[in-house]
Design a protein around this ligand. Structure first.
Ligand SMILES: *[C@@H]1O[C@H](CO)[C@@H](O)[C@H](O)[C@H]1NC(C)=O
Ligand SMILES: *[C@@H]1O[C@H](CO)[C@@H](O)[C@H](O)[C@H]1NC(C)=O
Ligand SMILES: *[C@@H]1O[C@H](CO)[C@@H](O)[C@H](O)[C@H]1NC(C)=O
Ligand SMILES: *[C@@H]1O[C@H](CO)[C@@H](O)[C@H](O)[C@H]1NC(C)=O
Ligand SMILES: *[C@@H]1O[C@H](CO)[C@@H](O)[C@H](O)[C@H]1NC(C)=O
Ligand SMILES: *[C@@H]1O[C@H](CO)[C@@H](O)[C@H](O)[C@H]1NC(C)=O
Ligand SMILES: *[C@@H]1O[C@H](CO)[C@@H](O)[C@H](O)[C@H]1NC(C)=O
Ligand SMILES: *[C@@H]1O[C@H](CO)[C@@H](O)[C@H](O)[C@H]1NC(C)=O
Ligand SMILES: *[C@@H]1O[C@H](CO)[C@@H](O)[C@H](O)[C@H]1NC(C)=O
Length: 543
C-alpha cells in the first residue's frame, strides 16, 4: 500500500499512482519503444567546496531517453528534467503525446528525458544512508544537467550537438520546473532557453498555502463543513482529554492511530498535501479528462451529501457534548467517506501499521533502501521544506496539530548523522532560495503557472508577489510568463498534438492559447539563436 503513495508532481505521471497512472498511460504502458542510454556523470562537481568533503572522482550512470522521430539538423534539443519521477516513466508519457512532442513536431526538435541523480535508475549508491546522500543537493543536480549538455555524445550523433554550441532548451514541471528556472539562472551560458511549468522555486518551512486554492475555489459548502469540523477537532485536541480524543478518532475508524499527527494526516488524505498521499486530490484534477481525476469532487459530494441515511447523519451529534453541545455539521458524511473509501485502500492491513497509515515509526523511516519517498524527503529536510502545515490563525482544511515538527520528526528518524554528512535541524532554505525564490528571473526563462495550483505560492506566481506584467513585446519574449486562467498544477504539459483526432471539448480555448503562446515563444528564441551573432536576437538579449 505504501508504495502506492503519491508524491508531489507525480500526478501527471505513472510511477506511484494508485490506480496505475494517468488514464491514457495505462493503455500504453505495456511496451516502452524507447531504448535507455547512460551517461557517466561526475558525482561531485564541486571539488573545492567544503560541503562535499571528503571529495570523490567517482562517476555514476545517469540514465536518459532520446526521441529523434522529428529531428532535423538545426532543430533544438529539448531536454526534459524528470525530477523525482523515473525517466523511463516520464519518457513513456512525454514522448508519445503532449507539450514536449508538440515542440519536437513543430520545430524538428530532438527530445531528451534526463533522469535526476538519486531517482529512478540513477542512484549513485545501493542504499541512501545519510552519508551516501551527501552529494544529493540542488547545486549538484543543476551541475549534472549542464555537464551532461556540454559533454554527452547523443546516440547516433556527434559532439556537434553539445551545448552551448548547439541550441539546447530545458523543460520541466513542478520540482523539475524549479530546477529549470535555477539552471537558466546558474547556467544561462549553457542553455539557450527554459520552460518552467509550475516550478517550485521557493523553499519554505511549513506550507499551509498548499490548501489555499481548495479553500478558495472548491464548493464552499464542502470547505465550510471541513473548516467547522477541523475547528472542533482542534478544540478536542486542545482540551487534551484522552477519552474524548480517542472517541473522536473512533468516529473515523482511526482510534488505533495514537499519534495525533497521524490521525490528522490520514483524514486529510482525500485533500492531499505537499508530500505524501495515497489517492487523487485537487492536484490531480486536469482540464483533460483523459489524464485527470475527479476524486476530489466526489469527496466533496460525499461531505455535502444531503441524502445520507440517519445512521450517518446522526454522527454529527456524537461529539457535540465536547463542544458546548454544538453539532459537528457533516461529520457523519466525512467519517463515512474515510471508513467507506479510504481505509479499504489498505487492503486489510490494520490502519495502525506502517504499511497503512502509521507514520510514527522510527524504524520505518530509518530504512535506507533507495526509494522516491526517501530521496524526496531528503530534499525537503535539507533545502526545500514545504512541510505539511495548517494555518494557526485562519480557517483550515487540516488540523492545526500538523505543525512543521510533524515532518521534521521523520527527517530526524530517516537521516541520523553520518560520518561525513548530517542534516540541519530544519531545512537550510537559503540553499534553495539563493536562485531568487518567487522573484526568479533569467533571460529566455519562460515561467508558466496555474491560478488554482496548490504549489502556486512557492513559485513565481505566488499570490503575495502581486501581479507582474511584461513591460514590452521584447520583454514578453525575453522574460515570458503565463499564469493559466483557472489552471492547476502543470496544466500546460497535457496537449493535443498534430495529427490527433480532435475530440469535442478536448483542449479548451484557454489551454489552446497557452500552447500557441509557448510555440510563439520557442519560435522567437530560435530566431534569437539564429541572429545571436550580431543580429536581431543579440540586441534583444541586452534588454
Ligand atoms: C578548484 O581549485 C583549483 C585550484 O585553485 C582550480 O584550479 C580549479 O579550477 C577549481 N575547480 C573548480 C571546479 O572550481
Ligand atoms: C581527482 O582527480 C584529480 C586529477 O587526477 C586529482 O588531483 C584529485 O586528487 C582527485 N581527487 C580525489 C578525491 O581523488
Ligand atoms: C550494488 O549492488 C550490486 C548488486 O548487488 C553490486 O554488484 C554493486 O557492486 C553494488 N554497488 C555498490 C556501489 O555497492
Ligand atoms: C557531426 O555530424 C554532422 C552531421 O552528420 C556533420 O555535418 C559534422 O561534420 C560532424 N562533425 C564532426 C566533428 O564529426
Ligand atoms: C462518494 O465518493 C465515492 C468515491 O469517490 C464516489 O464513488 C461516490 O459517488 C461518492 N458519493 C456521493 C454520494 O457523492
Ligand atoms: C446505515 O444503514 C443502512 C441501511 O439502513 C446500511 O445499509 C448502512 O450500512 C448503514 N451505514 C452505516 C455506516 O452504519
Ligand atoms: C493496532 O491496533 C490493534 C487493535 O487495537 C492492536 O491490537 C494492536 O496492538 C495495534 N498495533 C500497534 C502496533 O499498535
Ligand atoms: C515499523 O517499521 C518497520 C520497518 O519498516 C516495520 O517492519 C514494522 O512493521 C513497522 N511497525 C508497524 C507497527 O507498522
Ligand atoms: C522580491 O522582489 C520584491 C520587489 O522587488 C522585494 O520586495 C522582495 O524582497 C524580493 N524577494 C526576494 C525573496 O528576493
Amino acid at each position: 500500500m505504501k508504495s502506492a503513495f503519491l508524491l508531489i508532481g507525480l500526478a501527471w505521471l505513472a510511477s506511484a499512482f494508485p490506480q496505475g497512472g494517468p488514464k491514457r498511460l495505462r493503455a500504453r504502458q505495456s511496451t516502452s519503444p524507447y531504448p535507455v542510454y547512460t551517461f557517466d556523470q561526475k558525482l561531485d562537481h564541486f571539488p573545492n567546496s567544503t560541503r562535499y568533503e571528503p571529495h570523490t572522482n567517482r562517476t555514476f550512470k545517469q540514465h536518459y531517453y532520446v526521441d529523434n522521430t522529428y529531428y532535423k539538423q538545426g532543430g533544438p534539443v529539448v531536454c526534459l528534467m524528470s525530477g523525482e519521477s523515473s525517466a523511463a516513466g516520464y519518457a513513456s508519457i512525454a514522448f508519445p503525446s503532449g507539450l514536449l512532442k508538440l515542440f519536437l513536431q513543430e520545430f524538428n526538435g530532438l527530445g531528451i528525458v534526463l533522469e535526476n541523480r538519486y531517482y529512478g535508475a540513477s542512484y549513485p549508491f545501493n542504499t541512501t544512508t545519510t552519508d551516501n546522500l551527501r552529494f544529493f543537493t540542488t547545486e549538484q543536480v543543476l551541475a549534472d544537467t549542464a555537464h551532461f549538455a556540454q559533454n554527452v555524445i547523443l546516440p547516433g550523433y556527434n559532439a556537434s550537438l553539445q551545448a552551448p554550441e548547439y541550441l539546447w532548451v530545458l523543460f520541466g514541471g513542478s520540482v523539475p520546473g524549479g530546477q529549470v528556472a535555477f539552471a537558466m539562472k546558474e547556467y544561462g551560458d549553457v542553455f539557450w532557453g527554459g520552460f518552467a511549468s509550475s516550478g517550485l522555486t521557493k523553499g519554505v518551512l511549513g506550507y499551509p498555502e498548499w490548501y489555499e486554492p481548495i479553500q478558495k475555489f472548491a464548493p464552499q459548502d464542502c470547505t465550510a463543513s471541513l473548516n467547522g469540523i477541523i475547528d472542533k477537532i482542534d478544540t478536542v485536541f486542545a482540551n487534551g482529554n484522552a477519552n474524548q480524543i480517542s472517541h473522536m478518532k473512533s468516529i473515523f475508524g482511526l482510534e488505533t492511530l495514537h499519534e495525533n499527527g497521524d490521525f490528522a494526516q490520514t483524514i486529510a488524505y482525500p485533500l492531499g498535501g505537499p508530500f505524501l498521499y495515497p489517492g487523487a486530490t485537487w492536484q490531480e484534477i486536469n482540464w483533460d479528462p483523459a489524464v485527470g481525476y475527479s476524486d476530489f469532487f466526489y469527496f466533496c459530494h460525499n461531505i455535502t451529501n444531503p441524502d445520507s441515511t440517519k445512521n450517518i447523519t446522526s454522527l454529527d451529534y456524537a461529539l457535540a457534548p465536547y463542544t458546548n453541545n454544538e453539532p459537528w455539521s457533516n461529520l457523519g458524511n466525512y467519517a463515512n467517506y474515510i471508513k467507506q473509501y479510504l481505509i479499504p485502500t489498505c487492503d486489510g492491513v490494520p490502519v495502525n501499521n506502517s504499511a497503512c497509515f502509521l507514520q510514527h515509526n522510527q524504524s520505518y523511516w530509518a530504512d535506507t533502501t533507495n526509494s522516491v519517498r526517501r530521496s524526496y524527503l531528503y530534499t525537503m529536510c535539507t533545502e526545500m521544506g514545504t512541510y505539511i502545515a495548517a494555518h494557526q490563525d485562519k480557517p483550515n482544511l487540516v488540523s492545526r496539530v500538523l505543525t512543521p515538527e510533524y515532518t521534521q520528526q521523520w527527517c530526524t528518524w530517516a537521516f541520523p548523522p553520518g560520518k561525513h554528512n548530517k542534516i540541519p535541524p530544519t531545512p537550510d532554505l537559503a540553499r534553495y532560495n539563493v536562485y531568487g525564490g518567487s522573484n526568479i528571473s533569467a533571460p529566455r526563462l519562460a515561467l508558466i503557472g496555474g491560478e488554482q495550483d496548490v504549489f502556486r505560492d512557492v513559485g513565481f506566481f505566488a499570490v503575495d508577489r502581486g501581479e507582474r506584467y511584461s513591460l514590452s513585446v521584447e520583454d514578453a519574449y525575453l522574460h515570458p510568463q503565463m499564469l493559466i486562467e483557472s489552471g492547476g498544477h502543470v496544466w500546460d504539459f497535457e496537449a493535443l498534438n498534430k495529427g490527433d483526432v480532435w475530440e469535442e471539448g478536448r483542449e479548451p480555448q484557454f489551454i489552446r492559447e497557452v500552447h500557441l503562446w509557448e510555440l510563439r515563444v520557442m519560435r522567437r528564441w530560435i530566431e534569437m539563436w539564429e541572429g545571436r551573432k550580431g543580429g536581431w536576437g543579440s540586441k534583444r538579449d541586452e534588454l
